[in-house]
Design a protein around this ligand. Structure first.
Ligand SMILES: [Zn+2]
Length: 144
């Protein structure tokens, strides 16, 4: 019998590192969210979809080719825009030319608010949330 589950406080969202910490990407996840914790959902987000993708990325569940290839849903892990490099979170955020303009916006925001450029800051600092959501959604929405 299925048991229904209802959150008492819908503003609470659990964040847990991906269970497959031995899989590639587990290190990335732990770098961003080192331990299980409850956190408040922000009261604003770029779009609901972009916020979902942002949180998926932080948990290494973003539909990027490295992960998709690992689970048999993509033929190759090469970046859809420049095949020479693997398409993983670090590639998209730090080096993919497809989102160079948006990356500059993110880097400017880091500078403006005095944050070091690290995965943890990019995925946990409120001031960087919008530019990061925009970067990820721009990458994921653009066609091959
Ligand atoms: Zn790329």
């Amino acid at each position: 019998m299925l048991k229904s589950f209802k959150l008492k406080n819908s503003k609470i969202l659990g964040v847990r590192p991906s269970p497959g910490t031995n899989l590639p990407g587990g290190r990335v996840t732990r770098e961003i969210h080192p331990r299980w914790a409850k956190r408040l959902l922000p009261n604003c987000m770029l779009t609901r979809l972009s916020h979902v993708k942002y949180n998926c990325a932080a948990l290494n569940r973003c539909p990027l080719r490295k992960r998709l290839a690992l689970i048999g849903r993509a033929k190759s892990s090469a970046c859809r825009f420049r095949g020479a490099e693997e398409e993983d979170l670090k590639h998209v955020i730090f080096s993919c030319p497809k989102v160079a303009k948006q990356r500059q916006v993110v880097m400017n925001a880091c500078k403006e608010f005095g944050y070091a450029v690290s995965l943890k800051n990019l995925f946990t600092r409120r001031q960087l949330q919008f530019p990061m959501e925009k970067l990820l959604i721009e990458f994921l929405n653009s066609n091959k």
